[in-house]
Design a binder for this molecule. Structure first.
Ligand SMILES: [Zn+2]
Length: 505
C-alpha cells in the first residue's frame, strides 16, 4: 500500500492586506518538498506529523510531496496555489490513498474554497482513491470539500493542541477503510452563524461543552465528529459554524449526531457574541489588576491585531495606550517592522535610538488606520529570531521571527520582529533572554492561542481593543459575500435551527 501525505494549510483573512505568495508557505523560501517535507514535519506536533506516524506504524509506503503551511494573511496568490496543488495532484499518481493536512479556510485570488477545488481536481483525476483530510477548527466548510473526501477530521481544541491527534484520527480511519474493515459515511451541515473568535476558546462555554459532546460521540462509536467554529474574518459565502460526522456505514446515525450538535450551537448563539470594552478603560484597569494578590504577570491582550488570524502585527494603538498611561515593567510582543529592525541593527546593541515603528500596512478594509509610533530607547539585543517550540501547540516546530530587536524604553521592552509570528510559546521571550514571569505586564498580539502557555502563568488577562484587520468589532468590516441572514450580523429569532434554516446535506 502506498499513501501520499501532504500539507496545504492557510487561514485566509480576506480583509488582510498582508500578501500570501509562495515563499510564505516555506518561511521565506519555497515550501519543503519530498524528503525535506518529511524532515520538516516528522515528530512535530502537526496534523501531517500524526498522519505520518500512523502510516509508518501500519508499515505502508509513504510519499510526502510537499509540506506547505503559511501563517494567516490575505488571499493566497493563484500562482502559489497552482504550484502547491500541481505538486500534490501529480504526486498522487499511483497512490492507494491520500492524506491531506488542509486548514479549511483557504481563499485564493479567484477561489472561495481552495481546499474544495483541490479535492475536486484529485477526485476527477483519481475517482476511486480514498482521501482523508485533517482540518483546523476554523475551517469554513464547503460542499465540495465533503463530497470529494472520504473522511474529514477536525481539531477538538482551541488553542489547537490536538493537531497531531487529528492527523492520527484521519489516517487511522483511512487505513482501516483501505483494509476493508470499515465503510466511512459522512454527512455535514452548517448554521447561519458567525461565532466570535474571542468566544471560541475551548476553555469557555459554549465551545467547551460542544467539544466535550463531540468527543463523547467519538467515544461512543462515531468514527470522527468535528464541530468547526469557522473563521469569520473571511467574507465568503460559507463562513461560519459547521459540523461533519463520519460513521461506519450509518448515515442516519451520522445525521442525528450532526443535527444534535447544530441545534445546541444554534441555541447558544448569544454566548458566542463578544462584548467590547473601550481601550482607555482596559489599560486603565491594569495597575489594579497587577496589584491584586497572586503571582505572574498581567497579560494585556491586543486582540484586534492577531497575526495568526491575518493581522498585520504592526498596529500600535494598544502599545501607545500602555505608554500613555505610563505602565511600568512591561514587555510587548511584538511589532512587525523589518525596516525599523534594520534601522536599529545599524545603530547597534547598547546604543540609544529614536525610531518610528509600526503602521506600515494600509488596511483598505478598515476606516480606522493605525498610526506610526515614535519611541526612544536603548537597543538591548539583536537576535536571528529562531527558536524551537517547547509548549503544547505545534511542539517541536521551528519558529523564525526573522531578525529581531529588543528596544528598551525604560518602562517597556518592545520586541520588534521581521517575520509574522503569533506569541503562543514562551520561546518568543526566552529566546531573547526575557523571562515573562518576572514582568509586571506582558502585552501579546494574540486572541486565544496564547492561552496554552500564558494562561497558567498569568495573574490575570485584560483584553484590549486596539486596531486591526482581525477587529473584534464586526461593524468595522463590510461583509458582501457571506450568506444572509447570518447571526449576529442579522438578528435571527428562530428558537430552533429547523425553523426555516435546515442544515445542508
Ligand atoms: Zn485555527
Amino acid at each position: 500500500m502506498k499513501l501520499l501525505i501532504a500539507m496545504m494549510s492557510h487561514e485566509t483573512n480576506t480583509f488582510s492586506p498582508v500578501p500570501t505568495e509562495l515563499e510564505r508557505f516555506g518561511s521565506g523560501e519555497l515550501p519543503p518538498r519530498d524528503q525535506a517535507a518529511y524532515q520538516a514535519t516528522f515528530g512535530r506536533g502537526s496534523t501531517m506529523a500524526g498522519m505520518i506516524a500512523v502510516a509508518e506504524q501500519a508499515g505502508v509506503e509513504i510519499i510526502t510531496p510537499i509540506a506547505a503551511g503559511a501563517p494567516p494573511s490575505g488571499r493566497v496568490s493563484d500562482t502559489a496555489y497552482q504550484y502547491i496543488t500541481d505538486c500534490i495532484v501529480e504526486a498522487a499518481e499511483g497512490c492507494d490513498g491520500l492524506l491531506l493536512d488542509l486548514h479549511g479556510a483557504m481563499v485564493t485570488d479567484t477561489r472561495e474554497d481552495g481546499e474544495g477545488s483541490l479535492l475536486v481536481r484529485l477526485r476527477e483525476a483519481y475517482p476511486d482513491v480514498p482521501i482523508g483530510v485533517g482540518l483546523d477548527m476554523h475551517a469554513n466548510l464547503y460542499p465540495a470539500m465533503v463530497s470529494n473526501a472520504t473522511v474529514i477530521a477536525g481539531y477538538h481544541t482551541y488553542p489547537h493542541i490536538d493537531m497531531y491527534g487529528t492527523g492520527e484520527r484521519a489516517a487511522q480511519i483511512l487505513i482501516r477503510s483501505l483494509n476493508g474493515e470499515i465503510e466511512p459515511r459522512m454527512v455535514w451541515g452548517n448554521c447561519p452563524m458567525l461565532p466570535h473568535v474571542m468566544r471560541q476558546g475551548t476553555d469557555d462555554f459554549p465551545n467547551k461543552a460542544l467539544q466535550e459532546r463531540v468527543m463523547e460521540m467519538e467515544a461512543s462509536g462515531a468514527l470522527a465528529v468535528s464541530l468547526f467554529t469557522g473563521f469569520p474574518h473571511a467574507d465568503i459565502y460559507n463562513a461560519g459554524l459547521s459540523v461533519v460526522v463520519v460513521t461506519d456505514n450509518d448515515v442516519e446515525e451520522a445525521a442525528a449526531l450532526r443535527d444534535e450538535l447544530l441545534e445546541i450551537a444554534w441555541k447558544e448563539r448569544e454566548s458566542f457574541v463578544y462584548q467590547i470594552k473601550p481601550l482607555f478603560e482596559s489599560v486603565g484597569s491594569a495597575n489594579a489588576a497587577a496589584d491584586a494578590s497572586g503571582s505572574g504577570p498581567v497579560i494585556l491582550l491586543d486582540h484586534y491585531d492577531n497575526t495568526a488570524s491575518g493581522g498585520t502585527m504592526d498596529t500600535t494603538e494598544v502599545l501607545r495606550e500602555i505608554l500613555a498611561q505610563e505602565l511600568e515593567d512591561v514587555v510587548a510582543f511584538g511589532i512587525f517592522d523589518p525596516a525599523a529592525v534594520q534601522q536599529m541593527v545599524d545603530v547597534g546593541v547598547g546604543q540609544e535610538v529614536t525610531v518610528t515603528i509600526g503602521a506600515r500596512f494600509q488596511m483598505d478594509a478598515l476606516e480606522q488606520q493605525s498610526e506610526p509610533l515614535t519611541v526612544t530607547g536603548t537597543v538591548r539585543l539583536i537576535s536571528d529570531g529562531k527558536f524551537t517550540i517547547t509548549g503544547p501547540m505545534a511542539t517541536g516546530s521551528r519558529v523564525n521571527m526573522g531578525t529581531t530587536v529588543v528596544l528598551d524604553t525604560g518602562r517597556v521592552e518592545i520586541i520588534v520582529i521581521s517575520r509574522h509570528v503569533e506569541p503562543y510559546d514562551l520561546g518568543c521571550f526566552t529566546s531573547l533572554g526575557i523571562d515573562p514571569l518576572k514582568k509586571r505586564f506582558v502585552m501579546l498580539k494574540s486572541r486565544i492561542h496564547y492561552r496554552a502557555v500564558f494562561m497558567p502563568i498569568a495573574k490575570s488577562i485584560i483584553e484590549c481593543a486596539g486596531c486591526g484587520v482581525c477587529t473584534s468589532d464586526y461593524s468595522q468590516l463590510t461583509f458582501e459575500n457571506v450568506r444572509r441572514p447570518i447571526y449576529p450580523l442579522d438578528n435571527i429569532n428562530s428558537a430552533s435551527l429547523s425553523e426555516g434554516f435546515p442544515a445542508s446535506q
